[in-house]
Design a protein around this ligand. Structure first.
Ligand code: MLT
Length: 338
């Protein structure tokens, strides 16, 4: 009799799983973007989300929940019901640097998530307002050093990519300046275009159009090779600062406990998005590095997060939110082979 009941319970569990797989999703899915609209996280989320929506047959609705360098939105996402109807677009800051900077962080990037997939690598570009009086990286650094009191840098909050990567730059060049936190680099960029902010270290994605349009100046890109999206922008190596090599990344996460058949459906939709011609073109035009096939699995994202959390703990100290050790270059996620 007991064996009979166990078999019945197992059969019921199996059919419940199958039912979820067949029916999910039955309503719109919320994708939490932990920064303001118009920044790189928001742009990637909307592009990939739009394509995933077509595959899933339900809308992925972006909700911008900004604050505390992205940790406010990710905390909300991590604590959401793990039913597949709330997912998050995280990044190198929320799932890499933040544990080193926020001792009371309410989530553990390694333990509190299901990993859906790496949305893309995002090279860092040093950008300045159009009127910034420096024609290259050497002059840029020299100008900041002699005008420390009046130069201001924008970032998207402590722990954000634009914060940590500029901290690396300051540590490597000794060029200090005051910093102005924003709720995302979208609004920060608007103020740079308006001339209220002097410079920023930002993910390439929201910069390409403004650089090409001549609204801001690209000082250098922190990758070994020039980006096909910005072929005229010199690398930091060309510009005389080869040690400043830094690329960020964005990834899709679900709260821990989201059923496996749902995370599988989400991963399949995300992989399809990366293979969708229109989505790919847009991502590539914006300078995103699309992960190769091996880099698209949940395991690849999980491994990346583990290595990033460990790496940033060696670089950043909570008290000062500044590099503790000589800055090392983050390994950029592998790109697709040409
Ligand atoms: C960051 O600086 O961490 C992000 O680029 C912020 C954003 O996506 O707006």
């Amino acid at each position: 009799m007991k064996r009979h009941l166990i078999a019945l319970a197992a059969a019921l569990a199996l059919s419940a799983t199958a039912a979820t797989a067949q029916t999910y999703p039955t309503r719109p899915i919320t994708m939490i973007v932990p920064f303001a609209a118009g920044g790189p996280t928001d742009i990637i989320a909307r592009l990939v989300g739009e394509s995933m929506s077509k595959t899933l047959g339900q809308q992925i609705v972006v909700e911008n929940v900004a604050g505390a360098g992205g940790t406010t939105g990710i905390t909300r996402g991590a604590q959401s019901k793990p039913d597949g109807y709330t997912i998050m677009m995280g990044h190198m800051g929320t799932h890499g640097a933040s544990p080193a900077l926020y001792p009371n962080l309410k989530y553990d990037p390694n333990k509190d998530f299901e990993f859906i997939g790496l949305a893309g690598g995002t090279p860092i570009v040093i950008v300045a307002k159009k009127a910034f009086p420096a024609k290259d990286l050497k002059e840029f650094v020299a100008y900041i050093k002699t005008n420390e009191a009046k130069v201001n840098q924008a970032h998207a909050g402590v722990g954000s990519v634009s914060h940590t990567t500029c901290e690396l730059l300051k540590a490597q060049t000794g060029a200090k300046s005051s910093a102005v936190p924003y709720r995302g680099t979208g609004p920060a960029l608007n103020d740079m275009v308006g001339g209220q902010v002097d410079y920023m270290c930002d993910q390439i994605v929201n910069l390409v159009e403004q650089i090409k349009g001549g609204n801001i100046r690209a000082i250098a890109i922190a990758t070994p090779e020039r980006s096909p999206a910005l072929p005229d922008v010199p690398t930091t190596k060309e510009a005389g600062l080869p040690e400043y090599q830094v690329s960020a990344w964005n990834g899709i996460f679900a709260p821990k406990g989201t059923p496996a058949d749902i995370t599988k459906a989400l991963n399949a939709a995300y992989v399809k998005a990366l293979d969708d011609a229109a989505t790919r073109k847009r991502l590539l035009d914006l300078g995103t590095v699309i992960p190769d096939v091996a880099g698209r699995t949940p395991e690849a994202l999980q491994k990346l997060v583990a290595s990033e959390v460990a790496r940033w703990k060696g670089i950043l100290k909570p008290a000062e939110a500044a590099p503790a050790a000589p800055a090392t270059a983050p390994a950029a996620p592998a790109a697709e082979k040409k």
